[in-house]
Structure formats: C-alpha cells, structure tokens
Design a binder for this molecule. Structure first.
Ligand code: NAP
Length: 525
C-alpha cells in the first residue's frame, strides 16, 4: 500500500506532540547523570537510562542516585538484554528486580521486551505505580515485516496491557518505512500510543517524520558517536535542522533523493529557507535505491517536492509525467514537483546554477561589464557525462562555448559529445590536451568528494593549461583540484556557488517564492 492511502486529513485527530528522548549510554552512573543534564540543556523531553550500558551496575547502589529527585528530565528506564540488541547478559530475574526498583523510585517510563512482557507483568504482580508507563517493545534487526505482520505484532503487544507500544524494525529499502507510517496512523486513529521507528540509514526518515504520523516519541543522540541505534540523528539536528517541534500532520515533506545522500548539505539549506519564510514544511534526505518505487510508494500530495542527486537524475526524466524542455534536452532532472493533481513535473536547476557561478567567477576578474557571456567562444572542457556533466555541457553550449567532453566511460563521453556537437576524450587523452590557451575546465564527477579528499580528476601538470577551473564537488569547499588549479594561477569557482544557486532555483519551484540568495549564502559563511 502506498503512503497516499494512510496520510490522515490535516489535523484530523487531536493528539499530543511527539516527544524527543535522548538515550544516556555512558558506562558510569555519574557520567550517565551528566548526560541526562546535557540532554535537558539541549531541550529534550525525556532521557532513556540504558542500564545495560553501565559497567558493574549495582541497582540498589546506582538507581537511587540516577533517579534522585528533583530530576532534570523524566526517565525512561531500559535494561536491554543481549538477545534483544542490548548488553545485559544475565538472567531475567535480577533484571526484572532492577526495573521494578526503578518504578518504585519514580521512573516515568519502563521498557520491557515483548518476549518477556507477560513474565515481567506477572513478576510485578500488580505493583506497577500509577504514574509509571510500561513500554512493551519489539526490535527487529533484520527487516521490516509486511503490513499484516506489523498489525499482528501490534495486536500482540497491545494484548500484554502495554501503556505504550514500541516497534523498531530495520529498513532494507526506504519504502519499508511507509509500512511503519501506516501503523503509526492506524494507532493514532485508535488512540494507541506507539513508538514506531525504522533503523539504519534507509529508515532515517522514520526518525524525523514520526511527528507527522503521530509517533509517541523519537530518539535523538546527545552527540555523534553516542547513538543507541543505527542511524539515529542527534537531538540537536532534530531540533535545529529538522525543526521537529513544528512538524505536524499537515507539514509538507520535501527532500533530496540520492544514493549516497548522507553527505548532502541540502537539508540544512532548505530547512533554514523554509523556516525563514515560516513555511510548514520539512526537508529530509531520502536514501533511495529504486526511484520509481520510491515515487509510487510515497505518492501522497504531502510528499510535495524532491531534489534529485547521484545516481537518479537521469532516471528522474523517465519517472516524471511532465519534463521541462531544458531538463529534457539536458537529459537530467534535479528537481521534481508533485502538482496538486498528483502529476510529477521535472526541472533542472543545475544548469543555471553552475553556468551563472562560472560566469560570475570570471566576471569578478575582469574590468569590463559586457553583457556578452564570458563563456562565448571559449574552449570549455567538461569532465564527466552524468547528470551534472550534461547540465554543464548544455549550459556552456547555450552560452556560445565550444564544448569538449572527457569521461571515464568513453562511450558516454561520445554520446554526450554527439548530443551537443563537441568532441569526446578519454581521461588519459585529457592529461595531454592543450590545443589553446585560456581554456575552461569543469569537473562534474564525484572525484575528490569527501571522504576521498586526496583524489583529483586531473594532474597538476595538466591543470597549467586552464585559465578557469570549476569543481561541482562542494564537500570540501576547496577540493584538491581547486587548490592545485589556484596554485597554477587559474581562476577557481567552487561547487558551493553552484550548490547555492541550484538550491535557490529549487526553492522557487517548491514554494513559488523567489530565492533567498543572501540568507542562504550566509548559512555557509
Ligand atoms: P552521475 O550522474 O552519477 O554522474 C557521475 C559522473 O562521474 C559520470 O560521468 C561518471 O563516469 C563519473 N565518475 C564517477 N566516479 C568516477 C571515478 N571514480 N572516476 C572517473 N569518473 C567517475 O552524478 P552527477 O549527479 O552528475 O553528480 C556528479 C558530481 O557532481 C557529484 O559529486 C555531485 O555531488 C556533484 N554535483 C554538485 C552539484 C552542486 O550543486 N555543486 C550539483 C550536482 C552535482 P562514468 O560515466 O564512467 O560512470
């Protein structure tokens, strides 16, 4: 079933806001208490005390201190056994005793695994304090079961008498998360409190978007490296980047579709842009393997627009119902809008973003204010024949440059060369290519991109032939290619300039509002 079928009508069901829980995972009780204080300072709503992480944990000695009142945050106490992904290796009884003690000491929430929930409840023999909520949890570290299996799991957990249901599964592809969203919406309608999260990088959106679908809480780590589950975002990112406090049923969802996508700065940029104009929208990274499947699964009008990056820009042309003529000529779509009638329309904002950045970079070194493009008549070498390569080649040709394509896969260089009427080179031929002075070079491959920052697409020796060098890679801002080109005396233009300009174009498509150049640029200063 697609997510279109499960998105609730805006604000249809009154509900509490989704809480932000920071797991405290330190090895020593004193450090764990310090983590809770730090979580409170960050703005978390509660902290999860992961007792199984404590080295030499002695419940009667350590719990009174950990749960001493007044506390900075409500406590969720978890003592996870190894067989459910935790670190506790002993018998159930001492574990149950510790959890019972936590309840008696006033813990607001206690988590128990479904497999032993009945046994634990029997152990408690009706002595659960009124103000303590019992979370009955199930963790699947392999996959996300079918919708029917999830529904049956939900019923099983509810049957234990849980106050709050917790289901955590693992995504093998991003469409798995849609089944968790369906369960969240179902529970919201039935007023069943549920924590529903999908682990690993393909499940990331579940952690950010659960407030939209009515999840009881989401976890955010205190800092990078302190995650309690794979691909958990930091609490600071959830609050400051994704603005989760503002996410509700009628929040529009935008995002960047790519693979890989974790390095992208687009979420920072677009969320800040949405925030600055007060738009009820969130922008997330979508780690996508199969674009067509992704678009048909997340087909609700609430999934309103997408940026497209490696390796989906060309497939995006085929997946859109309508494609802007320039994007069709380029053969690559980097922006997809879902119209109110559900039709997908594709655009390309890379082309204007890159070409205007290079033109402005050259103009900044010239005295003249000519309206003629500084690219006109110049020999313009594009390395790469993918989405960005096509955009650059098309744009340079439009401006009157003589375009040459060099690519690892020579056949693709030839194909693009034929399309724009320019010669094709192998990367080896490019090393000795020097037909004239004043050439412009544009790298549109990912060579040199973080973490491979020591790689470069062309030797420093060969760079001496170029007057202007542009690199589409923008992480890092100064790539090895740009550093060496500058050392050779070339004018260099950073991919960050292109990135901001193409993002401004996307923002206009997403919102119908003009771009926010000044504000967006300042984000990266
Ligand atoms: P794409 O469609 O997948 O194309 C990738 C191109 O890079 C292909 O020509 C590929 O050659 C070549 N390539 C990849 N790895 C290579 C390697 N190890 N050695 C030699 N060539 C290699 O990707 P894209 O969307 O065009 O993006 C390419 C780069 O541009 C990425 O780094 C992306 O982040 C950057 N970009 C930046 C912006 C910005 O705003 N600054 C915008 C768009 C893209 P083959 O044909 O041989 O596979």
């Amino acid at each position: 079933m697609s997510v279109s079928a499960v998105v609730p009508p805006a604000a249809a069901v009154a509900r509490a806001r989704t809480l932000l829980c920071v797991p405290a995972t330190a090895r020593a009780p004193r450090e764990m208490a310090a983590e809770v204080a730090a979580a409170a300072a960050l703005g978390a709503d509660l902290a999860e005390l992961r007792l199984d992480r404590l080295a030499g944990f002695a419940p009667r000695r350590d719990l009174p201190a950990l749960l001493a009142k007044p506390r900075t945050l409500p406590a969720l106490v978890t003592y996870r056994p190894k067989w459910e992904g935790g670190e506790y290796e002993g018998d159930d009884e001492p574990r149950f005793e510790a959890l019972q003690l936590a309840m008696e000491l006033g813990a607001e929430y206690v988590d128990i695994e479904l497999k032993v929930a009945d046994k634990f409840i029997k152990f408690m023999s009706g002595k659960k304090p009124e103000n303590c909520k019992l979370i009955v949890s199930s963790h699947n570290y392999d996959n996300t079961p079918s919708a029917e299996e999830l529904a049956s799991l939900l019923a099983q957990i509810q049957a234990t008498g849980a106050d709050i249901v917790k289901i955590a599964t693992t995504a093998t592809e991003i469409v798995d998360v849609s089944r968790m969203f369906q369960i969240l919406v179902h529970c919201q309608e039935k007023q069943v409190p549920i924590i529903g999260l999908v682990m690993n990088d393909r499940g990331f959106i579940s952690r950010v978007l659960c407030p939209k679908f009515g999840g009881y809480l989401t976890f955010g780590s205190l800092e990078k490296g302190k995650e309690s589950a794979p691909s958990q975002p930091t609490a600071a990112d959830l609050i400051n980047v994704y603005n989760i406090r503002q996410i509700g049923p009628d929040t529009k969802v935008f995002g960047i579709i790519g693979n890989p996508v974790g390095h992208s700065k687009s979420p920072i940029l677009h969320n800040e842009a949405f925030r600055s104009v007060g738009l009820n929208a969130v922008y997330v990274p979508f780690l996508v393997d199969d674009l067509a499947k992704f678009l048909s699964t997340y087909s609700s009008p609430d999934f309103a627009g997408f940026s497209c990056t490696i390796p989906h820009k060309e497939a995006a042309v085929r997946c859109c119902d309508e494609v802007d003529p320039i994007a069709r000529d380029i053969g690559a779509v980097n922006t997809i809008i879902r119209k109110p009638d559900g039709k997908l329309v594709g655009y390309n904002t890379d082309y204007v973003g890159a070409i205007s950045a290079i033109e402005d970079g050259i103009r900044a070194t010239q005295q003249t204010h000519s309206t003629v493009s500084p690219l006109a008549g110049r020999l313009f070498v594009v390395i790469g024949a993918g989405g960005a390569g096509k955009a650059l080649a098309y744009g340079a040709k439009e401006k009157g440059a003589r375009v040459v394509i060099a690519n690892r896969t020579f056949a693709r260089a030839q194909e693009l060369g034929n399309l724009i009427g320019g010669p094709a080179l192998t990367l080896t031929e490019l090393e000795n290519y020097h037909p004239e002075e004043g050439m412009i070079l544009a790298n549109t491959t990912a060579i040199g991109m973080h973490p491979n920052v020591n790689e470069t697409p062309l030797s420093k020796q060969a760079l001496k032939s170029y007057a202007v060098v542009f690199d589409a890679v923008y992480t890092p801002k100064e790539t090895r290619l740009l550093r060496e080109a500058a050392e050779c005396g070339a004018t260099v233009v950073s991919g960050l300039e292109m990135f901001i300009r193409q993002a401004m174009g996307q923002f206009e498509h997403f919102t119908g509002m003009p771009g926010l150049s000044g504000k967006l640029l300042r984000l990266f200063e």
